[in-house]
Design a protein around this ligand. Sequence first.
Ligand SMILES: NC(=O)c1ccc[n+]([C@@H]2O[C@H](COP(=O)([O-])OP(=O)(O)OC[C@H]3O[C@@H](n4cnc5c(N)ncnc54)[C@H](OP(=O)(O)O)[C@@H]3O)[C@@H](O)[C@H]2O)c1
Length: 230
Amino acid sequence: MTNNSTSMETKTALLVGASGLIGGHCLRFLLEEPSYTRVTVLVRTPLTIVHEKLVQHIVDFDDLEMFGELLYTDDVYCCLGTTIKKAGTQEAFRKVDYNYPIKLAALTQHCGANQFLLVSALGADPHSRIFYNRVKGEVEEAIRKISFTAFQVFRPSLLLGERKEHRTGEKVGAFIMSGLKYVLTGSLKKYRAIRASNVAKAMVHVAQMNLNGVNIFESQRIQEIADEAS
Ligand SMILES: NC(=O)c1ccc[n+]([C@@H]2O[C@H](COP(=O)([O-])OP(=O)(O)OC[C@H]3O[C@@H](n4cnc5c(N)ncnc54)[C@H](OP(=O)(O)O)[C@@H]3O)[C@@H](O)[C@H]2O)c1
């Protein structure tokens, strides 16, 4: 008898930052992705979206270790982040962009997760003199040491997309970037602004590639992958 059925790997995803710009798009793509049978989100405030694959849990990220049984998953998507302005202090910023992702990575790896996908940023560098870039570089480095089978790092440039809140700096940046688009060619392409939806699309696409080890995706590559996935 000929077996014509095609086997598809099924797995589960855990997403943090689902209420954010990249995270919101990521959730949409995760729910559409057939290889995921369940998508768990850890949020501070409930999302209004209802879907048969979606499981929501309200958590306090300070007490993540108390939510042990929720942390069993295959792929972990970390789209958490804040701004120094919003957080109020560098310390408060660091808590969201450094402490929480590392804690999530350590706990999920302990629970058997194979793949961790992190939204970092263009210019991430643990030795940078710029605080934001340094924190992003440090979080990448710390999660690298946790030794997931697969660790995918996404370093987008300035994000484009509709936000509920107003961010003047981002709007000005997007305006300048739109003028610079045709100047930023060759190796400078990674500085081009990128749609948050394309970052999310690339993340979900990369997660299906079975790429082991540490893989870093600069903004231009993220754009290319999103184009390939469209
Ligand atoms: N903006 C840019 O141009 C840019 C460029 C490159 C890289 N990035 C990076 O990309 C990532 C995602 O950015 P984004 O613009 O999509 O983020 P965003 O829209 O600001 O969303 C941030 C997410 O993090 C959550 N979060 C923030 N503070 C939290 C806290 N104290 N406890 C628990 N959750 C918290 C938010 O949840 P709540 O809704 O509960 O607050 C939200 O889900 C960030 O790491 C950012 O640094 C941004």
